[in-house]
Design a protein around this ligand. Structure first.
Ligand SMILES: [Zn+2]
Length: 101
C-alpha cells in the first residue's frame, strides 16, 4: 500500500505494529555485536516471512514490500515494532550492568 503523506505512512506503520504481538512475530537481535539493538530479523511466525529491519539513526530501513514502496517516508510496521519492543534494550542494559560489576 502506497501512503500519500508522511503522516499517513506513520499511521499505517503504527497501526500495523500494534497488531504484531510477541506470539505472532519473533524479534531476533542481530548476531553482529555492533548492530545489536539497531538491526533485527523480524519473523512472521505464521507465514515464516522474515525481514531485516534497522532502527539505527540515519540508517533506518526494512526489507519488507511496504518499506520499499514507501521508502521516502522511512517507516513500516516492522520498524515501529522494533522501536516499541524494549526487550533488546533491557538485554543491552543488563550487559552494561555486568561490565560495571
Ligand atoms: Zn518492514
Amino acid at each position: 500500500m502506497k501512503a500519500a503523506t508522511w503522516i499517513q505512512a506513520q499511521m499505517i506503520a503504527k497501526a500495523g505494529a500494534r497488531k504484531m504481538g510477541p506470539g505472532n512475530y519473533s524479534l531476533l537481535p542481530s548476531k553482529f555485536k555492533a548492530l545489536y539493538g539497531k538491526q533485527f530479523t523480524i519473523v512472521n511466525n505464521a507465514s515464516e516471512a522474515r525481514y531485516i529491519t534497522s532502527i539505527e539513526e540515519g540508517k533506518t530501513f526494512c526489507t519488507c514490500p511496504f518499506f520499499k514502496e514507501n521508502r521516502e517516508f522511512g517507516t513500516c510496521k516492522h520498524i515501529e515494532y522494533a522501536k516499541a519492543d524494549m526487550a533488546w534494550e533491557e538485554a543491552l542494559i543488563a550487559e552494561c550492568e555486568m561490565s560495571l560489576a
